[in-house]
Design a binder for this molecule. Structure first.
Ligand code: LIP
Length: 276
Protein backbone atom coordinates (compact mmCIF):
# COMPACT_ATOMS: atom_id res chain seq x y z
CA UNK A 1 0.00 0.00 0.00
CA UNK A 2 1.12 3.53 -0.78
CA UNK A 3 0.31 6.28 1.73
CA UNK A 4 -1.21 9.68 0.89
CA UNK A 5 2.09 11.24 1.95
CA UNK A 6 4.07 9.08 -0.49
CA UNK A 7 1.61 9.97 -3.25
CA UNK A 8 2.10 13.67 -2.51
CA UNK A 9 5.80 13.09 -2.83
CA UNK A 10 5.45 11.30 -6.19
CA UNK A 11 3.23 14.12 -7.44
CA UNK A 12 5.80 16.77 -6.55
CA UNK A 13 8.51 14.77 -8.34
CA UNK A 14 6.23 14.26 -11.38
CA UNK A 15 5.73 18.04 -11.67
CA UNK A 16 9.44 18.70 -11.33
CA UNK A 17 10.27 16.09 -14.00
CA UNK A 18 7.60 17.54 -16.35
CA UNK A 19 9.04 21.05 -16.03
CA UNK A 20 12.58 19.87 -16.75
CA UNK A 21 11.41 17.75 -19.70
CA UNK A 22 9.39 20.69 -21.00
CA UNK A 23 12.42 22.94 -20.95
CA UNK A 24 14.35 20.53 -23.18
CA UNK A 25 11.41 20.23 -25.60
CA UNK A 26 10.85 24.02 -25.71
CA UNK A 27 14.54 24.68 -26.43
CA UNK A 28 14.53 22.19 -29.32
CA UNK A 29 11.17 23.18 -30.80
CA UNK A 30 12.24 25.92 -33.24
CA UNK A 31 15.55 24.33 -34.16
CA UNK A 32 16.31 21.84 -36.91
CA UNK A 33 15.33 18.28 -35.93
CA UNK A 34 16.99 14.94 -36.61
CA UNK A 35 14.18 12.57 -37.54
CA UNK A 36 14.17 8.78 -37.64
CA UNK A 37 11.37 6.30 -38.27
CA UNK A 38 10.16 3.31 -36.25
CA UNK A 39 7.29 0.93 -37.21
CA UNK A 40 6.20 2.80 -40.36
CA UNK A 41 7.45 5.68 -42.51
CA UNK A 42 5.03 7.89 -40.56
CA UNK A 43 6.03 6.64 -37.08
CA UNK A 44 8.61 9.26 -36.14
CA UNK A 45 11.22 9.67 -33.43
CA UNK A 46 13.71 12.50 -32.87
CA UNK A 47 16.84 13.04 -30.81
CA UNK A 48 14.68 15.11 -28.44
CA UNK A 49 12.32 12.18 -27.72
CA UNK A 50 15.33 10.10 -26.72
CA UNK A 51 17.09 12.83 -24.72
CA UNK A 52 13.95 13.71 -22.75
CA UNK A 53 13.24 10.08 -21.91
CA UNK A 54 16.81 9.53 -20.74
CA UNK A 55 16.68 12.63 -18.55
CA UNK A 56 13.37 11.60 -16.97
CA UNK A 57 14.51 8.06 -16.28
CA UNK A 58 17.61 9.28 -14.48
CA UNK A 59 15.67 11.87 -12.42
CA UNK A 60 13.07 9.28 -11.31
CA UNK A 61 15.62 6.49 -10.71
CA UNK A 62 17.56 8.84 -8.45
CA UNK A 63 14.50 9.36 -6.22
CA UNK A 64 12.86 5.93 -6.45
CA UNK A 65 15.37 3.22 -7.44
CA UNK A 66 12.85 0.40 -6.87
CA UNK A 67 10.02 1.86 -9.02
CA UNK A 68 9.37 0.57 -12.54
CA UNK A 69 9.92 2.84 -15.54
CA UNK A 70 8.22 2.44 -18.91
CA UNK A 71 9.03 4.88 -21.70
CA UNK A 72 8.01 4.93 -25.34
CA UNK A 73 11.53 5.06 -26.75
CA UNK A 74 13.04 2.46 -24.41
CA UNK A 75 10.24 0.00 -25.18
CA UNK A 76 10.50 0.48 -28.93
CA UNK A 77 14.31 0.15 -28.88
CA UNK A 78 14.17 -3.06 -26.85
CA UNK A 79 11.06 -4.33 -28.62
CA UNK A 80 9.79 -5.68 -25.32
CA UNK A 81 6.32 -6.57 -24.10
CA UNK A 82 4.95 -4.59 -21.18
CA UNK A 83 3.60 -6.35 -18.13
CA UNK A 84 1.62 -4.60 -15.42
CA UNK A 85 2.47 -5.30 -11.79
CA UNK A 86 1.25 -3.71 -8.54
CA UNK A 87 4.58 -1.94 -8.01
CA UNK A 88 4.59 1.84 -8.65
CA UNK A 89 5.19 2.31 -12.39
CA UNK A 90 6.09 5.60 -14.11
CA UNK A 91 4.83 5.64 -17.69
CA UNK A 92 6.41 8.27 -19.92
CA UNK A 93 5.88 9.58 -23.40
CA UNK A 94 8.74 12.08 -23.74
CA UNK A 95 7.16 13.76 -26.78
CA UNK A 96 3.55 12.88 -27.50
CA UNK A 97 2.73 14.41 -30.85
CA UNK A 98 6.16 13.75 -32.38
CA UNK A 99 4.75 14.48 -35.85
CA UNK A 100 3.59 17.89 -34.59
CA UNK A 101 7.06 18.45 -33.11
CA UNK A 102 8.78 17.54 -36.39
CA UNK A 103 6.49 19.91 -38.32
CA UNK A 104 6.75 22.74 -35.76
CA UNK A 105 3.08 22.51 -34.79
CA UNK A 106 2.97 23.70 -31.16
CA UNK A 107 0.63 20.98 -29.78
CA UNK A 108 3.47 18.89 -28.37
CA UNK A 109 3.13 17.18 -24.98
CA UNK A 110 5.23 15.62 -22.33
CA UNK A 111 3.09 12.90 -20.74
CA UNK A 112 3.72 11.20 -17.40
CA UNK A 113 1.42 8.81 -15.59
CA UNK A 114 2.13 7.09 -12.28
CA UNK A 115 0.36 3.74 -11.90
CA UNK A 116 -0.07 2.02 -8.56
CA UNK A 117 -1.71 -1.39 -8.35
CA UNK A 118 -2.11 -1.11 -12.15
CA UNK A 119 -4.24 2.05 -11.87
CA UNK A 120 -3.23 5.55 -12.97
CA UNK A 121 -3.05 7.58 -9.73
CA UNK A 122 -1.18 10.66 -11.00
CA UNK A 123 -1.34 12.20 -14.48
CA UNK A 124 0.67 15.13 -15.80
CA UNK A 125 0.48 16.36 -19.40
CA UNK A 126 2.63 19.39 -20.16
CA UNK A 127 2.63 21.39 -23.41
CA UNK A 128 5.82 23.42 -23.00
CA UNK A 129 5.49 25.50 -26.18
CA UNK A 130 2.04 26.85 -25.27
CA UNK A 131 2.72 26.65 -21.50
CA UNK A 132 -0.27 24.46 -20.63
CA UNK A 133 0.20 22.21 -17.60
CA UNK A 134 -2.58 19.66 -17.08
CA UNK A 135 -2.47 17.86 -13.74
CA UNK A 136 -4.51 15.31 -11.85
CA UNK A 137 -4.46 12.96 -8.90
CA UNK A 138 -7.09 10.26 -8.50
CA UNK A 139 -9.92 11.58 -6.37
CA UNK A 140 -8.64 15.18 -6.42
CA UNK A 141 -9.91 16.54 -9.77
CA UNK A 142 -8.11 17.68 -12.92
CA UNK A 143 -6.60 21.09 -13.57
CA UNK A 144 -5.15 23.24 -16.35
CA UNK A 145 -2.56 25.68 -14.98
CA UNK A 146 -4.32 25.35 -11.63
CA UNK A 147 -7.87 25.91 -12.95
CA UNK A 148 -10.32 23.05 -12.31
CA UNK A 149 -11.56 21.21 -15.41
CA UNK A 150 -15.01 19.91 -16.24
CA UNK A 151 -16.20 17.99 -19.33
CA UNK A 152 -18.95 19.45 -21.55
CA UNK A 153 -21.52 16.87 -20.32
CA UNK A 154 -22.86 16.59 -23.92
CA UNK A 155 -25.12 13.55 -24.31
CA UNK A 156 -26.15 13.84 -27.99
CA UNK A 157 -23.75 12.78 -30.75
CA UNK A 158 -25.63 14.99 -33.24
CA UNK A 159 -24.45 18.03 -31.21
CA UNK A 160 -20.96 16.74 -30.43
CA UNK A 161 -17.45 17.37 -31.76
CA UNK A 162 -15.49 14.12 -31.82
CA UNK A 163 -11.69 14.10 -31.81
CA UNK A 164 -10.10 11.24 -33.77
CA UNK A 165 -6.81 10.60 -35.55
CA UNK A 166 -5.38 9.00 -38.69
CA UNK A 167 -2.59 7.52 -36.56
CA UNK A 168 0.79 6.25 -37.71
CA UNK A 169 -0.04 2.81 -39.13
CA UNK A 170 0.11 2.69 -42.93
CA UNK A 171 -1.40 -0.79 -43.12
CA UNK A 172 -4.00 -0.51 -45.87
CA UNK A 173 -6.82 -2.20 -43.99
CA UNK A 174 -6.18 -0.18 -40.82
CA UNK A 175 -6.29 3.10 -42.77
CA UNK A 176 -9.44 1.97 -44.62
CA UNK A 177 -11.36 1.08 -41.44
CA UNK A 178 -10.26 4.32 -39.76
CA UNK A 179 -11.50 6.37 -42.73
CA UNK A 180 -14.84 4.51 -42.71
CA UNK A 181 -15.17 5.30 -39.01
CA UNK A 182 -14.36 8.95 -39.66
CA UNK A 183 -16.98 9.01 -42.43
CA UNK A 184 -19.62 7.73 -39.99
CA UNK A 185 -18.57 10.18 -37.29
CA UNK A 186 -18.69 13.19 -39.64
CA UNK A 187 -22.16 12.20 -40.85
CA UNK A 188 -23.48 11.77 -37.30
CA UNK A 189 -21.99 14.79 -35.46
CA UNK A 190 -21.18 18.52 -35.48
CA UNK A 191 -17.76 17.57 -36.78
CA UNK A 192 -14.43 15.91 -36.13
CA UNK A 193 -11.04 17.31 -35.08
CA UNK A 194 -7.49 15.88 -34.91
CA UNK A 195 -4.80 17.57 -32.79
CA UNK A 196 -2.05 14.95 -33.25
CA UNK A 197 -1.52 13.89 -29.64
CA UNK A 198 -3.54 11.36 -27.67
CA UNK A 199 -2.51 12.99 -24.39
CA UNK A 200 -3.68 16.40 -25.52
CA UNK A 201 -6.87 15.00 -27.08
CA UNK A 202 -7.82 13.50 -23.71
CA UNK A 203 -7.03 16.81 -21.97
CA UNK A 204 -9.25 18.62 -24.48
CA UNK A 205 -12.17 16.37 -23.61
CA UNK A 206 -11.40 17.07 -19.92
CA UNK A 207 -11.67 20.82 -20.45
CA UNK A 208 -14.83 20.61 -22.59
CA UNK A 209 -12.97 21.66 -25.77
CA UNK A 210 -14.38 18.74 -27.75
CA UNK A 211 -16.95 16.25 -26.45
CA UNK A 212 -15.26 12.91 -27.14
CA UNK A 213 -12.06 11.30 -28.37
CA UNK A 214 -11.56 7.87 -29.89
CA UNK A 215 -8.42 6.21 -31.25
CA UNK A 216 -7.15 2.75 -32.20
CA UNK A 217 -3.40 2.03 -32.26
CA UNK A 218 -2.08 4.17 -29.42
CA UNK A 219 -0.09 2.87 -26.43
CA UNK A 220 -0.22 3.04 -22.64
CA UNK A 221 2.36 5.88 -22.59
CA UNK A 222 0.16 7.96 -24.92
CA UNK A 223 -2.92 7.75 -22.68
CA UNK A 224 -2.10 6.74 -19.07
CA UNK A 225 -1.85 10.34 -17.86
CA UNK A 226 -4.52 11.88 -20.11
CA UNK A 227 -7.00 9.16 -19.23
CA UNK A 228 -6.86 10.07 -15.52
CA UNK A 229 -7.11 13.79 -16.34
CA UNK A 230 -10.25 13.12 -18.43
CA UNK A 231 -11.80 10.85 -15.76
CA UNK A 232 -11.10 13.35 -13.00
CA UNK A 233 -12.88 16.03 -15.08
CA UNK A 234 -15.95 13.78 -15.34
CA UNK A 235 -15.32 11.92 -18.61
CA UNK A 236 -16.39 8.34 -19.20
CA UNK A 237 -13.30 6.47 -20.39
CA UNK A 238 -13.84 3.01 -21.86
CA UNK A 239 -12.56 0.59 -24.45
CA UNK A 240 -14.16 1.66 -27.78
CA UNK A 241 -16.24 -1.55 -27.78
CA UNK A 242 -17.84 -0.30 -24.57
CA UNK A 243 -16.03 -2.41 -22.01
CA UNK A 244 -13.57 -1.40 -19.31
CA UNK A 245 -10.32 0.11 -20.65
CA UNK A 246 -7.53 -2.42 -20.99
CA UNK A 247 -4.33 -0.40 -20.51
CA UNK A 248 -2.34 -2.67 -22.82
CA UNK A 249 -4.92 -3.06 -25.58
CA UNK A 250 -3.92 0.02 -27.60
CA UNK A 251 -7.30 1.74 -27.95
CA UNK A 252 -9.49 4.16 -26.04
CA UNK A 253 -12.78 6.08 -26.08
CA UNK A 254 -13.30 9.09 -23.82
CA UNK A 255 -16.63 10.91 -23.81
CA UNK A 256 -18.31 13.72 -21.91
CA UNK A 257 -21.15 11.38 -20.84
CA UNK A 258 -22.10 7.69 -20.82
CA UNK A 259 -24.86 8.10 -23.47
CA UNK A 260 -22.40 9.83 -25.81
CA UNK A 261 -19.84 7.03 -25.30
CA UNK A 262 -22.52 4.44 -26.11
CA UNK A 263 -23.61 6.22 -29.31
CA UNK A 264 -20.02 6.46 -30.58
CA UNK A 265 -19.24 2.88 -29.59
CA UNK A 266 -22.19 1.46 -31.52
CA UNK A 267 -21.30 3.46 -34.64
CA UNK A 268 -17.70 2.30 -35.07
CA UNK A 269 -15.87 -0.77 -36.39
CA UNK A 270 -13.52 -1.77 -33.60
CA UNK A 271 -10.02 -2.37 -34.93
CA UNK A 272 -7.86 -4.91 -33.11
CA UNK A 273 -4.39 -3.35 -33.11
CA UNK A 274 -2.69 -6.03 -30.99
CA UNK A 275 -1.36 -5.72 -27.45
CA UNK A 276 1.58 -3.86 -25.95
C1 LIP B 1 1.03 9.78 -31.28
C2 LIP B 1 -0.35 9.72 -30.63
C3 LIP B 1 -1.43 10.15 -31.62
C4 LIP B 1 -1.40 9.20 -32.78
C5 LIP B 1 -0.05 9.20 -33.43
C6 LIP B 1 1.04 8.84 -32.44
P1 LIP B 1 3.60 9.81 -30.47
O1 LIP B 1 2.00 9.42 -30.33
O2 LIP B 1 -0.42 10.53 -29.53
O3 LIP B 1 -2.69 10.16 -30.99
O4 LIP B 1 -2.42 9.54 -33.70
O5 LIP B 1 -0.02 8.30 -34.49
O6 LIP B 1 0.90 7.51 -32.00
O7 LIP B 1 4.17 8.77 -31.38
O8 LIP B 1 3.71 11.17 -31.03
O9 LIP B 1 4.11 9.67 -29.08
Amino acid sequence: EVSEEELNDYYAVALEVAKKAGEVIRNAFWKEKTVDTKCSAADLVTATDKAVEKLCFSLIKDKYPDHRLVGEETVSEEDCKITLTDQPMWVIDPVDGTTNFVHSIPEVCFSLGVLINQQPMIGVVYLPVTEQMYTSRRGHGAFLNGKKLQVSRQTDLKKAVVICEGGSSRDENVVKVKMENIHRLVSASHGIRAYGSAAHNLCRVAQGAGDAYVEYGIHIWDFAAGMLIAQEAGAVVVDPAGLQVDLLNRRILAAASAPLAAQISSLLSHLDMGRD
